[in-house]
Design a binder for this molecule. Sequence first.
Ligand SMILES: O=C(O)c1cc(=O)[nH]c(=O)n1[C@@H]1O[C@H](COP(=O)(O)O)[C@@H](O)[C@H]1O
Length: 251
Amino acid sequence: MQKLLARVAQANTLLCVGLDPTGSDEDVTRRLPQVITQTAPYAAAFKPNLAFFLSRPNGVQLLRQAIASVPDGIPVILDGKFGDIANTAMHYAQFAYDELGADAVTVNPYMGADAVVPFARPGKFVFALAKTSNHSPIQEALLQTGQPVSDFTAQLLADLNTTHGNIGLVAGATDAAALGRLRQLCPTQWFLVPGIGAQGGDLAAVLAAGLLADGGGLLINASRSIWQAEDASAAARELMNEINEHRAITA
Ligand SMILES: O=C(O)c1cc(=O)[nH]c(=O)n1[C@@H]1O[C@H](COP(=O)(O)O)[C@@H](O)[C@H]1O
């Protein structure tokens, strides 16, 4: 979190550059370091999605190199949506942190705190799925209390953060009202917000619903809309600027 806060302040950006590389193995090997270099000035963080690497020969090696090539000071969130518990989760954590050098991970908290805590190592950070950008009948189901499961999850994550201090939430940009409810339940935690760009999330509504009073608290992710842009640098810069314009209005 310290690394993220320092980066956000230094580069004045909330943009998370998603790395979901598509194309031939040759293209990706060539283009990945270029996209990282071109977008780094605008990146508060990078978020490589593990699936896009595991699906290639030498994908783990490619991912390791990509993470190593991220400039110092920019945090890397390994998007693995890890979901297992206890000692198995610990092995995933070793993979993400020790093998690859990631600063943070995404985690699926469906199995409960046991699926989250092994990743909450001191000096590292966990973004746990609370309300994802797709339509999920499970997350939207109402408990007997009338509370949606996503809100219940957010409350659990707020409690876990009270103990551990390094737990944030994933809240999709496609449902700004739900994101606003999560902000009420988790008034200080950072949210990773995917769903802007290719998935059509409403940036202005998301920022209005989720920004903290200090203009932080949200990491706005875009993957395809940057990777597939003819000029990745311009796509990242424009989105960063758009976010900052709304930040200026909202703050
Ligand atoms: O955890 C995530 O990053 C994530 C959560 C979610 O609810 N929705 C979601 O799209 N994501 C990821 O965010 C990225 C979105 O990519 P684009 O839609 O191309 O910007 C992908 O890597 C998704 O796996």
